[in-house]
Design a protein around this ligand. Structure first.
Ligand code: ME8
Length: 662
């Protein structure tokens, strides 16, 4: 074990003032995939993830929740951890910035920087963005140039880090280590930032209580970034990092918005303390929702749990790695997710595995058949599979996950085609036919074995099932990829138990289920809104008045008054791809323009709705329908047995937009 090459990689240390969405999930899954892959290449790997638990944001969130900060963060950290477990993420170290060993490391690092002459006391007044936890270069009253949100004027006594002293050393480092910052675009961005000059950085705060204390300097606490970045080191021994042998890190994997903290501040802190620098910072792109970064502060997030519940964790892992070119931004859509699931997983890998096993079961007594001499078509497939091994390994090395998966899936497609061309099912019972069938089935099973091994880092759960279906020993995670070769499938091996892999699912139903779980999860503790009349199933975004009931429950006028309905005017209307029943509307309600989804697409032409005045429930909690935010509800009658929605309106009067319905 001791002579194994070590590999250390990290996810960002996530803030605990919110719960993970699939943006965080993306970074974590990528790391987990690399971790699994490196293991299969024989490395002794440590992957660190964790939670960033200090700072004013947490102070405020805990106050809002009415609990002490420590209780708040403990609960949140447990949630993050549980989610990573559900996603099959095998983090080796889960570091919390409230861990004692971490506090010691931060204090030690500060001491090193100070003793080496890179820390001095001073005062600072500036505009501070509490969302990004950074001072920003704007005037009072102006918003943060990075995230666009408001800034606060902060004056405080604090300790400064001499970042200015590191301009030259950093530029020299980047020049000497051209791969230090990846991808190229991010490297260029950092280079021009550093070339523009570096200002000293305040690394302690006296305006925040919830932080790691600066020893002997209370009430100073550490600036959250000095604190959080150091977690990478605390996780692998802190001051005793040499004992674990995992520092410096091989790669810090982060989203592109935090590249500067990782590629400028962090190496400067380490240089100041005389510590080794990480080998690489890899900044990936963003997952977008309707072309905007998915982010908890914008509220346009998709949570991973409903997806895992409906399609399984492997489906989410596959989609995230296959659909987005690593390094670039990628749009999330439920539609594309289910499409990928059905076409690539259910009809691709899943179908190949189950039909191969069924044919072997039927024709070869459930044992891997013995091949006769390979014919050109068999050899062509063998060549393609053998080439895939080398290529895919190289693509994983370059973190080109989508290309790796593309190549594996073209091998699967070639095998499907091979089966169609060779049609082993139509061969007879002569010796020659039996031998030919055995060769085709062995070849198919061998491709499947290789594809399974290569896909394992991305699809840990399902490849484990395929592996045991093929009767292979151990777990696919323990395969040494360096020894994987065409031709190792041993004839006579009995097949294992067949287990459900990727049952096909109807797209609309899957999306409906994921979205309704998502909406449930996002429901706030209900601001006692009076129950609306039942809506038709089709009119998800409309409050269609139900037929009178025999014994309607009576409500008081005060209950009715809780429902705020106003006159709105439809400004735009469009269909939603993949949702036959929904229209996406923008509606002027007098004070603002709202986006509302209405289940009227089968009965109303979008163009004919423009300009129409409608009754809108405006104080309904926002929810998502087919991934599209719906902020309000259009009122409609529900007519006939099929519940045809008929929009309530004001044909006879020129009513003012925004007028309240009472
Ligand atoms: O920044 N697309 O924590 P954080 C892709 N605590 N990745 C996304 C994403 C999106 N839409 N949204 C978030 C912090 N991420 C600090 C980090 S590290 C020492 C301190 C991922 O909870 C991406 O990796 O805001 C991004 O950098 C990270 O989550 C930000 O997580």
């Amino acid at each position: 074990m001791t002579d194994k090459r070590k590999y250390y990689l990290t996810t960002p240390i996530y803030y605990t003032n919110g719960l993970p969405h699939i943006g965080h999930t993306y970074s974590t899954i990528v790391c987990d995939t690399i971790r699994r892959y490196k293991r299969m290449r024989g490395y002794d790997v440590v992957m660190t993830t964790g939670t960033d638990e200090h700072g004013v944001n947490v102070e405020r969130s805990a106050k809002k929740a009415g609990v002490p900060e420590s209780e708040f963060v403990a609960k949140m950290a447990a949630e993050w951890r549980a989610l990573w477990d559900e996603l099959g993420v095998q983090g080796d170290e889960f570091i919390r910035t409230t861990d004692l060993k971490h506090a010691h490391t931060v204090q030690w690092l500060f001491k090193q920087c100070r003793e080496n002459g890179f820390v001095y006391p001073g005062h600072y007044t500036g505009q501070y963005c509490i969302y990004d936890n950074a001072y920003v270069d704007v005037k009072p009253g102006e918003n943060c140039p990075d995230c666009g949100r408001s800034t606060e004027t902060v004056t405080e006594a604090n300790y400064f880090f001499k970042l200015s002293a590191f301009q030259k050393p950093l530029l020299q480092w980047y020049a000497k280590h051209p791969d230090f910052i990846q991808p190229e675009a991010r490297r260029n961005e950092v280079l021009s930032f550093v070339e523009g000059g570096l200002r000293d950085l305040s690394i302690t705060r006296t305006t925040i209580r919830w932080g790691i204390p600066v020893p002997g300097e209370e009430p100073h606490v550490f600036y959250v970034w000095f604190d959080a970045l150091t977690a990478y080191l605390s996780a692998v021994g802190g001051p005793q990092y040499e004992k674990t042998g995992f520092w410096p890190a091989d790669v810090h994997l982060v989203g592109k918005e935090i590249i500067r903290f990782h590629a400028v501040y962090w190496p400067a802190f380490l240089m100041a303390a005389g510590l080794p620098l990480p080998k690489q910072i890899w900044a990936h792109g963003w997952l977008l929702m309707d072309s905007t970064k998915m982010s908890k502060s914008l509220g346009n997030v998709v949570r991973p749990r409903p997806i895992v519940h409906v399609l399984g964790m492997d489906a989410l892992r596959y989609y995230l790695l296959r659909e987005t070119v690593f390094g670039q931004d990628g749009n999330f859509s439920y539609d594309a997710l289910v499409q990928r699931y059905n076409s690539d997983l259910a009809n691709g890998l899943g179908n190949l595995a189950s039909r191969t096993a069924a044919m072997i079961e039927k024709n070869s007594g459930g044992k891997i058949p013995k091949p006769a001499a390979l014919q050109p078509s068999d050899s062509a497939l063998a060549t393609q599979a053998q080439a895939a091994i080398g290529d895919v390994v190289e693509q994983y090395d370059n973190l080109a996950f989508s290309r790796a998966l593309e190549q594996i899936w073209s091998l699967i497609a070639a095998t499907d085609k091979y089966l169609t061309t060779e049609h082993p099912w139509s061969l007879g019972e002569s010796d020659a036919d039996q031998q030919r069938r055995a060769t085709i089935l062995w070849t198919t099973a061998e491709v499947l074995r290789i594809a399974t091994a290569l896909t394992h880092p991305v699809l840990p759960e399902s490849t484990t099932k395929v592996w045991s279906l093929l009767g292979q020993p151990g777990q696919p995670g323990s395969i040494a990829l360096d020894n994987l070769r065409w031709g190792q499938l041993v004839p006579g091996t009995p097949l294992g138990k067949s287990q459900a892999l990727f049952p096909r699912i109807e797209k609309a139903e899957a999306i409906e289920r994921m979205e309704s779980m998502e909406n449930e999860a996002q429901k706030q503790p209900s601001p006692a809104v009076a129950p609306m009349p039942a809506s038709t199933p089709a009119a998800s975004g409309t409050a269609a008045a139900a037929a009178p009931q025999a014994t309607p429950e009576k409500i008081g006028i005060e209950d009715f008054a809780k429902v705020e309905m106003r006159v709105g005017q439809i400004k735009t209307a469009e269909r939603i791809v993949g949702a036959d029943k929904l229209l996406k509307l923008t509606v002027d309600i007098g004070t603002e323009i709202r986006q509302i989804c209405a289940g009227i697409a089968q009965y109303y032409e979008p163009e004919k709705l423009i300009g129409r005045k409608v009754a809108v429930v405006v104080n309904l909690a926002p929810r998502k329908l087919r991934g599209v935010e719906s902020n309000g509800m259009i009122v409609a009658a529900s007519v006939g047995p099929e519940g045809r929605p008929v929009l309530a309106g004001f044909p006879d009067e020129d009513v003012e937009i925004g007028a309240r319905l009472k």
